[in-house]
Design a protein around this ligand. Structure first.
Ligand SMILES: C[S@@+](CC[C@H](N)C(=O)[O-])C[C@H]1O[C@@H](n2cnc3c(N)ncnc32)[C@H](O)[C@@H]1O
Length: 385
């Protein structure tokens, strides 16, 4: 049995902890605490189902099982071996073990993970019972030993694959934005669905698709079949299906919205259409293939959220500086009255836009140290050079 109330921790992109906490509040989580890189809260199994199924801004929902004595490798093994593994997860499941440490108490975290695996194997051997199998990739359940200097704890990944793996993006693209990051940006800037939304560098379609799913209230996990929590002994299929069906019944099919997605690559537009169809939002998004220099908005006001190429991962692109200055000219000449948000993995390029920024936020784009920058495009917002 897992001690109740459960101690839960939802990770999210750094800098979006408040956005993630606000989303948890809407999901019904009352007591939340902001942490670095996520939000901690207490809850029960139903909360585990709901948060995993609904959260657009979270990455992995961790469940804390117990403290571990991390004096040395043997105390770690002993604290793990006395846990009641047969009450924790189903013996016909596969499992994997990882270890992360803050500080440098142990030289080899891989060795600690092996100790964790041994503790489970030996636990079942001593009981003379069939043991669950170890599986490095795609295990049903992933355990994490987290060591913070002299403190340690055992966590279970209740999500399985990270929640940004929504399942609608099936065609490979060179530099897609993470689905969770796209949702965090949409939610943090408080996009109002009555405001037309544009993404003129839409690539595989992530930003317009996440926006469409917010409009239709489509659960972020609707296409996922497998979750970590299904391997827990406490998993109750009927409760889970009741919660899932209840959330599915809240999908709104009748809202109208203006979402415009374009890109200069026809391949990207075709794949965005396919992804939008998988995601259930094809009818909400208007697509077209357009070079940025020919791009025009179709409304008096609106919001632009976009992720132009930044010449690092899309290394084929030439004239990247010119692309940013052309885009800046378009914002200035065609988008008066708009707000624009640009996600960029290369901070130097942002200066080429030549407009005063109204906000700047550091963000991680893959391994890159990127920025989310905002521009309010009122008259005279052109930077004086
Ligand atoms: C970083 S990717 C966008 C990724 C997108 N957010 C996603 O999640 O897939 C930049 C996109 O800009 C497009 N692009 C490059 N140059 C362009 C131009 N001159 N006009 C319009 N689109 C362009 C590329 O085809 C690419 O799909």
């Amino acid at each position: 049995m897992i001690k109740t109330p459960f101690k839960l921790f939802l990770t999210c992109p750094r800098g979006f902890e408040t956005t993630c906490s606000q989303e948890l509040k809407l999901i019904g989580i009352t007591h939340r605490k902001l942490e670095d890189g996520g939000v901690s809260f207490s809850g029960d199994m139903n909360d585990v189902y709901k948060v995993n199924y609904l959260s657009r801004t979270g990455m992995i929902l961790w469940l804390e099982i117990d403290k571990i004595n991390v004096r040395n490798e043997n105390t770690i093994y002993e604290s793990l071996k006395i846990m009641k593994w047969n009450e924790l997860f189903k013996p016909d499941s596969t499992f994997s073990f990882n270890c992360i440490q803050k500080g440098n108490r142990f030289k080899n975290t891989h060795y600690i993970s092996l100790k964790g695996k041994d503790a489970i194997v030996d636990y079942y051997k001593d009981k003379n019972e069939t043991r669950p199998n170890v599986e490095k990739q795609n295990a049903d359940l992933n355990f994490l030993i987290l060591i913070d200097n002299h403190k340690g704890k055992l966590l279970i990944n209740t999500s399985g694959k990270p929640l940004y793996k929504r399942g609608y993006r099936t065609i490979r693209h060179d530099a897609p934005i993470n689905e969770t990051l796209a949702a965090c940006i949409l939610k943090s800037i408080d996009w109002n669905i009555d405001t037309p939304l544009y993404d003129p560098f839409c690539g595989s379609g992530t930003i317009p698709i996440e926006a469409g799913r917010i409009v239709k209230n489509i659960p972020s996990g609707i296409l996922r079949k497998k979750w970590g929590f299904q391997a827990l002994s406490e998993f109750d299929k009927n409760n889970w299906l009741e919660i899932k069906n209840n959330e599915d019944s809240k999908i709104i099919n009748t809202r109208s919205v203006n979402i415009f997605a374009s890109d200069n690559s026809n391949f990207c537009i075709q794949s965005s259409k396919i992804h939008s169809k998988h995601a259930g939002v094809l009818e909400l998004i208007k697509f077209r293939t357009t070079e940025i220099i020919d791009w025009i908005p179709f409304s008096e006001n609106g919001i632009i959220i976009t992720n132009p190429p930044y010449g690092i991962r899309l290394h084929k692109i030439q004239g990247i500086n010119k692309l940013y200055s052309d885009f800046g000219d378009i914002l200035k000449s065609k988008c008066e009255g708009f707000n624009a948000y640009i996600i960029c993995g290369n901070r130097d390029l942002i200066k080429k836009i030549g407009l005063k920024t109204s906000m700047k936020k550091p963000i991680r784009i893959g391994k890159l140290d990127g920025r989310l920058v905002g521009f309010e495009l009122y008259k005279g917002s052109r930077k004086n050079k």
